[in-house]
Design a protein around this ligand. Structure first.
Ligand code: FAD
Length: 305
């Protein structure tokens, strides 16, 4: 049943008509639990509140199905606006973005142009930029672009997904770039040709790549809400005397906020991924797919209308 719900919400997340409708009608159905707001001004207020609680942030301007250069350039402009707001308001925040939003499905030249514009602005404002990882069909291209950019900029990192068979060799392959990597389980629906179908295997591989990347001496962001993975990381860094400034935990805005604050109290860096913007629908559906229990919030949201 849970798997069916998951597949259903992942299917809904790719629906272009519903995406357009959602943009038109604004944050609805409890989406504001996971999305900081529709404007940068609102997102800045949310970040200030999180920073006051000792939480670091990475901000993400939401955008799905970008399929023309004009939209990709606008997405990049919005990311630059966010970077400038971080600099101006002296926020403790990084920036996250998706390659498809920058024009990955249109042309390599467009992506590189947008990424260089963003990374120049980020450098000027002392902001670190993480390239999110999308579905498997974009993985190789995203890593190729990341490697090219990493040769030119210090302030860029990316994400690897534990559910992919290839990730262990990607950790090895990227090792000498000394990348700051966010490690996650993986949020997309992938075939068993490329990804572990069983949760247990994903969890085991997650632990394996966390250990590999940390012991390679590289900065590791462990992005999960899973206590078993968090505990594993705590034990590992203790066992190998890995300092607290070589790793951090990350969670999504609106998920386990009390646990986020507890990790801060324990002395760890805890970064919250804060999405904002009008294009919230696909992101919201992927969150529901991860945890069908969240659907209860949605139903309450609809009933309140
Ligand atoms: C900061 C961040 C950035 C991410 N970036 C990417 C990316 O670039 N690409 C990508 O593919 N994926 C990304 N993801 C999503 C990720 O791949 C997973 O889909 C998502 O994090 C769910 O997996 P999990 O590790 O939290 O564990 P799950 O296996 O989903 O959850 C494990 C356990 O965590 C607890 N838990 C989970 N959710 C809740 C909740 N709402 N309330 C209470 N307990 C809960 C429960 O105990 C649950 O059993 C990101 C996730 C985070 C946190």
């Amino acid at each position: 049943m849970e798997q069916l719900m998951r597949d259903f919400f992942l299917f809904l997340s790719k629906n272009k008509t519903l995406t357009k409708l959602a943009k038109k009608y604004g944050l609805r159905f409890g989406a504001s639990r996971f999305v900081a707001g529709e404007t940068i001004e609102r997102a800045v207020e949310v970040i200030k509140d999180l920073n006051k609680k000792g939480l670091a942030v990475t901000i993400d301007y939401l955008g799905e199905f970008v399929d023309n250069a004009k939209e990709a350039n606008e997405m990049a402009d919005n990311s630059i606006e966010a970077i400038r707001a971080i600099g101006r308001e002296k926020l403790n925040s990084q920036l996250s973005l998706k390659m498809t939003s920058m024009g990955l499905d249109i042309s390599d030249e467009l992506v590189m142009q947008n990424m260089r514009r963003i990374l120049d602005a980020a450098k000027e404002n002392g902001v670190f930029v993480t390239i999110d990882m999308e579905d498997y069909s974009r993985c190789q291209k995203t890593l190729d672009i990341f490697k090219q950019l990493k040769k030119e900029y210090d302030n860029v990192g990316t994400v690897l997904q534990a559910y992919l068979y290839r990730t262990e060799s990607d950790i090895e392959d990227l090792k000498d770039y000394h990348p700051n990597l966010r490690l996650v389980k993986g949020a997309y629906k992938e075939s068993q040709e490329v990804a572990f179908p069983e949760k247990k295997d994903v969890d085991d591989n997650f632990k394996k790549i966390i250990k590999m990347h940390l012991l390679n001496g590289n900065y590791t962001a462990v992005a999960t809400h899973d206590d078993a993975i968090i505990e594993y990381t705590k034990q590992l860094v203790k066992e190998y005397n890995i300092p607290n400034d070589q790793f951090e935990f990350q969670m999504l805005y609106g998920i386990r906020p009390e646990r986020q604050e507890q990790l801060v109290r324990e002395g760890y860096t805890m970064r919250v991924y804060v999405p904002y913007g009008t294009d919230w629908y696909g992101y919201f559906m992927r969150r529901l797919a991860e945890r069908p229990a969240n659907v209860a919030f949605v139903i309450k949201g609809i009933l309140r209308k």
